[in-house]
Design a protein around this ligand. Structure first.
Ligand SMILES: [Cu+2]
Length: 358
């Protein structure tokens, strides 16, 4: 790989030198560059005009092929309350961009082809037209203002963490390279915390003197009851991370030295999400690929791959170091009862400290 890159760099360097020498050549005395072959003739213009047309056709074919070929990689329906509006906004923006670029690119390349250079043909000198300029200014202003306003209202609504009644308060704690989650316990209030308190079993720095922190519970899996609003407080131990929960359309920077917030309501349990038509198809397709790959591996004397099963995940979406790619935590959305059952199995901070002393 390294050898290939070195060869590639050397090749690009030679091409750059060659291009520079051509530019130097062009900059020399005008007589030298007007020699036959340096000035475009009708055949050249005709060819270049057609290239413009071929280029735009190839671009559209590639674009449509990508949309069809990469369909599997689109995110499935959102599993959070605000997700549907977020998706509509994204869809509308994409449709507007697609329609506008389709028309403008088509016109740009078609005119370049249609009015390609011909001997004796002269371009029309057309200074300005107030009405035309008004139209092509007013339309983008109205469309963009609409999109921005809708986006702004959606943003304000999604980002308002105080709008919920009785939300579950949870802390997501990022470090190189993993996540911890802290539940606020019976009082639903997180105790004070600071990385300076990290010591022994106090792995995420909860203030041992703060009474609110005594019933806090630190866990390695994020369990959420379905249909209850959750307010997330994010803290980082070391560098900038980003908490990304794609299925809930949620992402927030996790910044050392400050607490950032985001809230959403999960609306689909993990089990229900797994049994959607989209997900069953996707999972069986992935497992088919794994079966084929396993055959090859076993033939070569290696261990076969595990069966894939879908889970919601919290991922890190900022390149934060060597193992960034593996910085993830499983999310389980379940019924209120299952959630309460699971919560009972977790250890409070008070107990953790007491156990550490014994
Ligand atoms: Cu990270």
């Amino acid at each position: 790989m390294t050898a290939f890159l070195i060869i590639l760099i050397a090749a690009l360097f030679v091409i750059a030198l060659w291009q520079i020498s051509k530019i130097v050549q062009l900059g020399k005395t005008p007589e030298a560059s007007t020699a036959d072959g340096e000035i475009a003739n009708d055949a050249d213009n005709d060819r270049q005009g057609k290239y413009m047309l071929y280029f735009v056709i190839a671009m559209y074919i590639m674009m449509i092929a990508c949309f069809i070929g990469y369909q599997d990689f689109f995110l499935p329906d959102a599993a959070s309350a605000h997700g549907a509006e977020y998706d509509s906004l994204l869809l509308l923006t994409t449709v507007v961009i697609m329609v506008v670029q389709f028309l403008t690119q088509a016109l740009l390349h078609w005119f370049s082809y249609k009015y390609r250079g011909k001997k004796g043909q002269k371009a029309l000198f057309y200074a300005d037209n107030d009405r035309l300029e008004f139209i092509w200014t007013a339309i983008p202003v109205v469309v963009l203002a609409g999109l921005i306003l809708w986006g702004l209202f959606s943003w304000n609504d999604i980002m308002d963490v105080d709008k919920h009644e009785d939300p579950l308060v949870v802390e997501l704690y990022a470090y190189q390279f993993g996540w911890k989650v802290r539940y606020s316990g019976a009082d639903n209030t997180l105790g004070d915390a600071n990385v300076r308190f990290i010591e022994g079993s106090n792995i995420i720095g909860i203030d041992p003197t703060d009474a609110d922190g005594k019933d806090d519970m630190v866990a390695t899996e994020l369990h959420l009851p379905v249909n209850r609003p959750v307010v997330f407080n994010f803290r980082s131990q070391d560098v900038l991370h980003s908490a990304y929960m794609p299925h809930f359309r949620a992402q927030m920077n996790v910044v050392p030295g400050m607490v950032t917030k985001f809230s959403f309501t999960p609306t689909v349990t993990s089990e229900d999400y797994k049994s959607t038509e989209f997900m069953t198809k996707k999972v069986s397709k992935i497992n088919e690929i794994r079966r084929q790959k396993s055959k090859e591996l076993e033939a070569a004397g290696d261990v076969a791959l595990d069966q894939y099963e879908f889970e919601y995940y919290l991922l890190c979406n900022k390149i934060c170091g060597a193992s960034h790619y593996n910085m993830q935590m499983k999310i389980v959305v379940e019924s209120e009862e299952d959630y309460n059952e699971w919560l009972k199995t977790q250890t409070t901070f008070e107990t953790t400290l007491a156990n550490a002393k014994n």
